[in-house]
Design a protein around this ligand. Structure first.
Ligand code: HPA
Length: 274
């Protein structure tokens, strides 16, 4: 199964290479409601996931499902406009195929973005936040199964999953723009149900500040391949039990829309420094 996922990432890379000479230096995954950022690129090509051999296709509203190749601030980028999630029925190793394919295409840096719920009360809905580390909860490793040494070592180190250098760069960019950018630990759950208040209290005790249903497995796959990773989260709501209100996907999209301008400004500033 896992060897098959590695083969699919290679096939996806070859499919893209045979279609275009464009080679990205960095890759960007756009999370829930954040897909419009791809409009900022000088687009060279946009390929629906369904046309890329080996790619899984996304079924979530707010996730377009296109690989957009283009430049921003002179930096050649592969933008994954929409991701697939474990809750859609994909295995973790399938869900990371797009990120692996971007690494094989030549990306040395991976910027992961997502929407999250705030467990830590110092984070407010509408904040952009810096992912400093993660906890993978109740989701299997994307590296489970036979290891492909062509991608990376069997037991990769995860002591600096989110690059210190890129975090410093992102903080400096946010400060220059006058944006708040609190940092914290993100916990990835399996979903698709939102958490219970008891789970959120447990996650707080574990040391998590933000909760969501993606990202950590992609960061693991990228670090396995040696990419430098940056994680930016758009906080869409206070986590379950903290505000008294029920949670909905609509609110996730609304928060992403409200943060779109700041998100774009921050990403542009970071990318132009890569
Ligand atoms: N929980 C899990 N995933 C999320 C949340 C949440 O509260 N908000 C946005 N994505």
């Amino acid at each position: 199964m896992t060897s098959e996922a590695y083969a699919r990432a290679r096939a996806a890379c070859e499919a893209v290479k045979s279609r275009t000479d464009f080679r990205p230096r960095a890759a960007l995954v756009l999370g829930s409601g954040l897909g419009a950022f791809a409009d900022s690129l000088d687009v060279a090509d946009a390929i629906p996931y369904s046309e890329i051999d080996g790619f899984p296709t996304s079924s979530v509203p707010g996730h377009a499902g296109r690989l957009v190749l283009g430049t921003l601030g002179g930096v050649p980028l592969a933008v994954l406009q929409g991701r697939v999630h474990v809750y859609e029925g994909y295995s973790p190793s399938e869900a990371v195929i797009p990120v692996r394919a971007a690494g094989l295409l030549g990306a040395e840096t991976l910027i992961l973005t997502n929407a999250s719920g705030a467990i830590n009360p110092d984070f407010a809905a509408g904040d952009l936040a810096l992912i400093e580390d993660h906890i993978l909860h109740n989701v299997a490793s994307p590296l489970a199964g036979a290891n492909d040494d062509g991608f990376g070592t069997r037991f990769p180190d995860m002591s600096e999953t989110y690059s210190k250098k890129l975090r410093t760069l992102a903080r400096a960019a946010a400060a220059k723009l006058g944006l708040r950018l609190p940092g914290g630990v993100y916990i990835q759950t399996a979903g698709p149900q939102f958490e219970t208040p008891a789970e959120i209290r447990a996650f707080r005790t574990l040391g998590a500040d933000l909760v969501g249903m993606s990202t950590a497995i992609e960061a693991i796959a990228a670090r396995h391949m040696g990419l430098a990773v940056l994680g930016i989260s758009c906080v869409s709501n206070a986590a379950a039990g903290l505000s008294g209100a029920p949670l909905s996907h609509g609110e996730v999209q609304e928060a992403a829309n409200a943060a779109a301008g700041r998100f774009k400004a921050l990403l542009k500033a970071v990318i132009s420094e890569l």
